[in-house]
Design a binder for this molecule. Structure first.
Ligand code: NAD
Length: 237
């Protein structure tokens, strides 16, 4: 596509939404045509970006792809809008119900979409490496060790579980360990231990921009693809 891709940012006032607005302004290949917040926006246009309240979603201008980092209660309307408009969806909203996951699967027959619990490109590659190591090292102990800031309530993290599932699907018996300390953004180690040797695959997140960058990366690559549920790794270069 030669023209800039038209983006709708859903959850625009949140931490991820703000990061997306900032990072998109630094790129030349995308244009935000609508930023959607839960409540009525204080200003209708900020830095040239039009803002809409969630209850005005149906009146949003034409867009190629929506990037959604909101909350489960905001998810159904943006999924419905993408299907109605034939637009792609990139969603990182966590805590979706089973019914919402089923609706996502159904929507994938109509539009291209990607949902991921972690939009870091490094974690997408780590998952592939874990699958490969687990398959190549049968019988080795496999431990997923994760560390996060003290505010994080769930343990193990969703990413740790995804990594563990990738190892288990390739024959590993997985154990988990979690550490909550200070302001750690997120660290994941997948350790394979054999007799006299140990393989450690480590990812460290330095800041939350990595998730916004990964979501933008996915948005720019999913537009124009046939309807399907893509994984982030399907959209790597
Ligand atoms: P946040 O609380 O800072 O922001 C939430 C945003 O959602 C706000 O802009 C809010 O106005 C909006 N919102 C809430 N209800 C809405 C509704 N009914 N309709 C429209 N918008 C609504 O949260 P955050 O840190 O920006 O995270 C947002 C989501 O992204 C969470 O689900 C979080 O777990 C997830 N997340 C995912 C990844 C990933 O890589 N997949 C990374 C970080 C955060």
């Amino acid at each position: 596509m030669n023209r800039p891709i038209k983006l709708l940012i859903h959850g625009a006032s949140g931490r991820m939404g703000q990061a997306l607005l900032r990072l998109c302004a630094e790129q030349g290949d995308c244009q935000i045509v609508a930023a959607v917040t839960r409540k009525s926006p204080a200003q209708r246009v900020v830095d040239g970006v039009p803002f809409f309240a969630a209850n005005e979603l149906s009146g949003a201008p034409a867009f190629d792809v929506a990037i959604d980092f909101s909350l489960p209660e905001g998810f159904d309307p943006v999924l419905g809008l993408c299907v109605a408009r034939g637009a792609a969806l990139v969603s990182g909203t966590t805590g979706l119900s089973e019914a919402q996951r089923a609706a996502l699967d159904a929507a994938a027959t109509r539009v291209p979409l990607v949902w991921a619990s972690n939009f870091s490109l490094g974690v997408a590659v780590l998952t592939e490496l874990v699958e490969r190591a687990a398959a190549a090292l049968p019988g080795w102990d496999c431990d997923v060790i994760e560390a996060h800031h003290t505010q994080k309530k769930d343990a193990p993290s969703g990413t740790a579980l995804t990594l563990g599932e990738a190892a288990a699907a390739n024959g590993a018996k997985v154990s988990y360990a979690s550490l909550r300390a200070g302001d750690i953004v997120g660290e994941h180690t997948v350790q394979f231990t054999g007799l006299g040797e140990r393989l450690e695959l480590v990812h460290r997140a330095g800041n939350r921009d990595i998730f916004a960058r990964g979501a933008l990366h996915a948005a720019l690559r999913i537009v124009g693809r046939p309807p399907a549920a893509y994984r982030l790794r399907d959209l790597l270069d």
